[in-house]
Structures are given as structure tokens and as C-alpha cells.
Design a protein around this ligand. Structure first.
Ligand SMILES: Cc1ncc(COP(=O)(O)O)c(C=O)c1O
Length: 442
């Protein structure tokens, strides 16, 4: 949609929009036509503060010069190179640069084009890994209630958001779920990681007892669950999952599509929690959201298990036409340069205390039943309107947009995850506007 329309386009029927109330949207369109740093401009000329880094992805803020220039330059130099049996230098350079900032032990990179594909890739690596190790009976995948791992069949199977699953038949077989870690009765209004509930990790032991470890390939969790409405791991929870997985030879996958690239004030959530997974999925902040790209980190142990047999043979039958696309690699390199120059992978740690105080200052607003935060993530849970779940939060979303603030809602939860370049003045503006919205929404 270009500036030249400067008004609502007259026919919006053709585009069936993703995860959108299409009929509502097309009656009252909300279009962004440009963006810079912390702000969007709308088609009707208004300025909107980005409280969500787009969709949890624009970590360095909008239209950053290094990234834009890298893309422009690459598009004129090498637009595409086949991804299978051929390569180009930037794909290797980027993998090395990623390994440099990765948590210890993450030493190899597979490329994808989205978070969903990163999840599918990691699940397939897990199954194939056990098979090449001679443990083909490990076919089960364990996810968690309320987990979000994208929209492809593997991801919705291990995921635990009912609306994303219920329409789609039998999904993957051999999948089970651990309980979620949301305990509002005990943990409401906790600042940071909650005190209660870490023991629920022992439910994984129960699943191991039920299915037997010899049938379980991997456990996948978001270290901090984002899309379900920001659910934090209680103290000790992730450590305990790691212990159980190690004890039973089960791979632990951290889905860091949201938490990767500085969101918690460390490069990855694995660093924040001091827990080493066997694989990490990522996307979003990898290219600052500018070009679709995802990736999966795996350990030497996993990678090396595949490097056997005749050398002319393909070791892993998986990949995408656009795996390591040159323009995506250039965008990612420009993004990593920007993160490095501006210290953005750790900046969240400096801003987290101010962010925490600001979000918890909304506790007295109408209908607020919980506030949660970690790093530069926050959530405000609202009491649902009787018989009309999601309506209160959606109405807050619309009012915020009118006031020049972008928030995200899921169920009756408002989720916030601003660009990591956010300044205190933006935090004041964000929560000042949000207070007005919540009061007006009473
Ligand atoms: C944890 C997690 N995994 C996977 C995905 C899917 O990513 P994508 O929308 O790029 O496919 C998301 C998206 O929000 C996510 O939050």
C-alpha cells in the first residue's frame, strides 16, 4: 500500500489477512505506510508509537540505515544463489557470526524462512538425530499447553493454543503436552520470574513414566511463552526440565523466536536463565523483521551424528529454496552489525527496571487482574467481559491505535515488546497512553 492512496483503498476483498478479524478490519482499515525508529506513520497521517516491535521482531527499531543499505547493496550484487549443493559467502559468514553470539555449545546453524519453519526443522532434526544414532524408537515429541510454535503442522501439534489446533484434524501423532506454568492465584503481579510453580516441571517425569524415555525424541518449550499472552517460567522450572531431559536422553529445544536477539537483556533466553538446550529456534529479530528469515542452532553432538556414510551423499534430507537467501543473509548481517554497534543485545537489561516500574504502575487501572514482565516484555491481563472473551482487550487495542500507540492483544491480555532502542521518554509515553486507554475502556 503506498502513500499515494493517502486514504482507504477502495477494494480490500482480495487479501485474506492472517490472524485478523478480516470483516472488522476492512470496515475500519489500519494501514501503516512508513516507519522510522520507534514510530509508524498511518495512511491517514498519524504517528503511532510501536509498543510491540512490529510483531516482536523489529528489535533495532524501524528503517535502520545499516540494514537498508545491506539489502540494497546485496540486491544489486547477488540476488539469489541455489541453496542446495551450492552456496554463497554471506551464508557462511552469517552462520559464524551467529555462532559467535550463541549460547555455549550452539555451534551449527540451519537456515529457514520463518519461525514456523525453524520449529519444523528442529523437530525433524530431533527425530532424525535419534534415528542416525540407532534410536529410531524415539519418535515422540513433547510440547506444552498454551505453547506457540508457529502455524505449520509440527508446530501446532506440539503447540498448546486451542484455537490454533482445533480446526486441523489429527495433527502429528505421538505428541504429548506438559501443563503450562500460569498460576495467577499465586503469582499475579509478580515482578520478573515468579516464585511459585517451578515443581510443575516434574510433570515431564510423569510423561516419561507413561510413555517410556525410549520413545521420546524431544521436548520443545518457549523459555518465556509469548504469543499465548506472556507466561514466565517459575523459578527453577527450566533448570528442572533440563535435568529431566538429560537424565533420559531427551533433546531439549528452546523456541527463541521471540526471546532471541536481546529481548530479555541477554542475547538469548538460554543465557538469561543459564540453561543449555540442545537446539534453539530463532527468526524475527534475526533480520530485524525486515526480510523473512529463521534459523536453528544445534550442538556439535547433533551435527556430527549426521556426518557419516559416503561423502557424496546428502546427510540430511531437508531444506528450503530460500535457505540462506543472499538478501536475507545481508539483512541479518546488517542487523547483527546494528545490534553490536548499539549494544542492543544487552540493552534490555539496562532498561528493564524502568520498564518494570512503569508497567506495574498500571495496577490500579480498571479491570487489570495481573501484570507480568521480564526484560523488555510485558503483559497486562484484563478481566474478560462476561460471555464475551477477548472483546475487552480488542477494544483496548483499537482505542490505543486511535491514540497513537501500537499494542498487541491475545485473549484478554495486552502484550508489549518494544524495539530495544526504546528510551525512558518512550516508556513514559507508552504507559501514559495505555493508562488513558484502560481508563477509557472501563
Ligand atoms: C515462539 C514462536 N515460535 C514460532 C513462531 C512462528 O514464527 P513465524 O510467524 O515467523 O512463522 C512464533 C511467532 O510469533 C513464536 O512466537
Amino acid at each position: 500500500m503506498s502513500n499515494r492512496l493517502n486514504s482507504t483503498p477502495n477494494d480490500m476483498r482480495a487479501f485474506w489477512m492472517p490472524f485478523t478479524a478480516n470483516r472488522q478490519f476492512k470496515k475500519e482499515p489500519r494501514l501503516f505506510v512508513s516507519a522510522k525508529d520507534m514510530y509508524y506513520k498511518t495512511h491517514d497521517g498519524r504517528t503511532v508509537l510501536d509498543g510491540t516491535a512490529g510483531l516482536w521482531c523489529v528489535n533495532a527499531g524501524h528503517c535502520r540505515p545499516k540494514i537498508t543499505e545491506a539489502i540494497q547493496q546485496q540486491a544489486g550484487e547477488l540476488d539469489y544463489a541455489p541453496a542446495f549443493q551450492l552456496g554463497h559467502p554471506k551464508a557462511f559468514e552469517l552462520a559464524n557470526r551467529l555462532v559467535d553470539i550463541a549460547p555455549d555449545g550452539m555451534s551449527h546453524v540451519l537456515y529457514t524462512n520463518s519461525g514456523s519453519e525453524s520449529v519444523e526443522t528442529a523437530l525433524k532434526v530431533a527425530l532424525a538425530y535419534h534415528r542416525v544414532k540407532g534410536n529410531g524408537s524415539r519418535f515422540r515429541l513433547i510440547g506444552r499447553e498454551r505453547g506457540y510454535h508457529g502455524v505449520n503442522f509440527g508446530g501446532i501439534s506440539v503447540g498448546g493454543i486451542v484455537a490454533n489446533r482445533k480446526m486441523f484434524g489429527t495433527l502429528l501423532t505421538g505428541v504429548d503436552h506438559m501443563p503450562h506454568t500460569h498460576f495467577p492465584d499465586k503469582n499475579a503481579f509478580t515482578r520478573g520470574v515468579p516464585e511459585h510453580g517451578g515443581d510443575i516441571a516434574s510433570e515431564l517425569e510423569r510423561l516419561v513414566t507413561l510413555h517410556d524415555a525410549s520413545t521420546i525424541a524431544a521436548v520443545i518449550v518457549e523459555p518465556v511463552a509469548g504469543s499465548t499472552g506472556v507466561i514466565l517460567p517459575p523459578k527453577g522450572y527450566l533448570q528442572k526440565l533440563r535435568e529431566i531431559c538429560t537424565k533420559h536422553g531427551i533433546l531439549l529445544i528452546f523456541d527463541e523466536v521471540i526471546t532471541g536477539f536481546g529481548r530479555l537483556g541477554t542475547p538469548f533466553a538460554a543465557d538469561y536463565f543459564g540453561v543449555k538446550p540442545d537446539m534453539i529456534t530463532m527468526a524475527k529479530g534475526l533480520t530485524n523483521g525486515v526480510i523473512p528469515m529463521g534459523a536453528v542452532f544445534v550442538t556439535d553432538e547433533i551435527h556430527d551424528a549426521f556426518m557419516q556414510g559416503p561423502e557424496h551423499m546428502i546427510e540430511f534430507f531437508h531444506g528450503y529454496t530460500y535457505s540462506g537467501n543472499p538478501i536475507a543473509c545481508a539483512a541479518a548481517l546488517g542487523t547483527l552489525d546494528t545490534y553490536k554497534e548499539e549494544g542492543l543485545l544487552t540493552r534490555g537489561a539496562e532498561m528493564a527496571a524502568y520498564w518494570e516500574d512503569a508497567i506495574h504502575s498500571l495496577r490500579d487501572c480498571p479491570h487489570v487482574i495481573d501484570i507480568r514482565n521480564i526484560g523488555l516484555i510485558g503483559a497486562i491481563e484484563l478481566k474478560p467481559i462476561d460471555g464475551e472473551p477477548t472483546k475487552r482487550a480488542f477494544s483496548a487495542f483499537l482505542k490505543a491505535y486511535e491514540k497513537g500507540l501500537l499494542i498487541r492483544t491475545t485473549g484478554d491480555i495486552i502484550a508489549l515488546s518494544p524495539p530495544l532502542i526504546i528510551e525512558k521518554s518512550h516508556i513514559d509515553e507508552l504507559f501514559g497512553k495505555l493508562r488513558e486507554v484502560l481508563v477509557a475502556n472501563a
